[in-house]
Write a protein that binds this ligand. Sequence first.
Ligand code: HEC
Length: 106
Amino acid sequence: MKTTYKFLVITMVFLTIGITINACSSTKKTVTDETTTAVAEVEEEFKLEKSGAQYWGETCNRCHLAPSPADYNDTDWETISLHMRVRANLTENEITKIEEFLKSAN
Ligand code: HEC
């Protein structure tokens, strides 16, 4: 009788520990996943919302001083954009935004 009681108590203790560990670890995992997803979503949003002026400041300075929008006229900027898109390996979205910025500010 006494042995059965001890066995029961030990079983209950291990069960409680097991349930606690399981509950804690699964909660932690869910929170981490949610945070990672939220961070990725915010990053994506900011990426999509970068302006032409931002892209111009970030990319056109890499190899030479970024030329001022006033340096060339609209027709020149079209040719230069094609040329620099190839040089800088830019996406269509990036070069379109940069070109729009350069044309709007000259
Ligand atoms: C990967 C390096 C690199 C990046 C990034 C770059 N350029 Fe250039 N750029 C060059 C080189 C090299 C030249 C000299 C002409 C040549 O050899 O192609 C040049 C020349 C120019 C010229 C002179 C006219 C011409 O077409 O040759 C202009 C204007 C210019 N770049 C604007 C820009 C703008 C605007 C950006 C941003 C979209 C940019 N560049 C990004 C490398 C780069």
